[in-house]
Design a protein around this ligand. Sequence first.
Ligand code: AMP
Length: 352
Amino acid sequence: MNVKTIGIIGGGQLGRMLAMAAARLNFRTIILEPQADCPAAHVANAQIAAAYDDAAALAELAKRCDVVTYEFENVPVTAAEDLALQVTVYPPPKALEMAQDRLTEKSFINGCGIPTARFHAVDSQADLEKALADFGDQGVLKTRRLGYDGKGQRVYRSTADSAEGGYAALGSVPLILESFVSFEREISIIAARGSDGKVACYDPAENVHRNGILHTSTLPASISEETAAAAREAAEKILTALGYVGVIGIEFFVLADGSLIANEMAPRVHNSGHWTEAACVISQFEQHIRAVAGLPLGNPDRHSDCVMTNLIGDDILALPEWLRLDDTLVHLYGKTEARPGRKMGHVTQLLR
Ligand code: AMP
């Protein structure tokens, strides 16, 4: 594959950082994104302003690009499959299909021999009551599709949290009830698979969420080498099962005995991998571009301990203070309006 131009579906900050990494390797990028003046379009060579499933726009993207990738997991699967008939699409559309629906995702992950929380499909109030009874009145009710950053979720901790109306409260859409996992910490692993089948894993990050949104990722995670090895092994199994090419992010709960429960996977570069641009020679963004362009993967080793902090909404007001710190990489996303909950940028402090 002789790649000169890479198409990216989605124009947010992940697309922006992918386009920046691509430019350094002399690739041109074209963004497919309906919203004008999006973060990725500021740094890409061109934007096609159309919906992600606009057949004519996808055909144009296929014609103008040598390979197409995506920066978010809710690209319509049929659009990605149609596109794959016209141009190479990495990661493969099957990865989207497995990641878009929490029920399919958990079944797929279990099929790879990796444990998840127990779960039941919930399509009615009666289903919810039956599922809660099975889990001793504890569980996390989630929408099967389109949930992110803790949106579309309801937690049940005891019989006092009445199931009443719970199904309707999440919009009467297909839901999943997961058993409640009493975890000690949350980690994620960012891994890549090249078109030659080689796999490279970054060190697992320890993640702290605030209001359902990632707040910090810290390296190293407070886990044993066995737990880190289990995360790498799980990533390799998932990547191989999908015939994957590109970077994936997989989130896990760590139990008191160090064992792992997989929570979810994102078939794209991931917020909990932003630290790699400061603490590794090859960032997750360059790694993804290398993979989809058929180049050799880079070395994922980490040269420093670090902590990445997301700048969300008004956090951006502290920018002058972050800029005064030594060994701190500031990355802003080009968004003008700091709405609550909106990811405006991130900072990675090297700890040495
Ligand atoms: P998710 O949208 O699946 O990433 O969930 C958002 C956050 O909710 C996770 O990072 C956990 O902190 C918490 N959470 C999700 N699922 C469970 C579960 N089954 N048991 C306990 N906590 C959970």
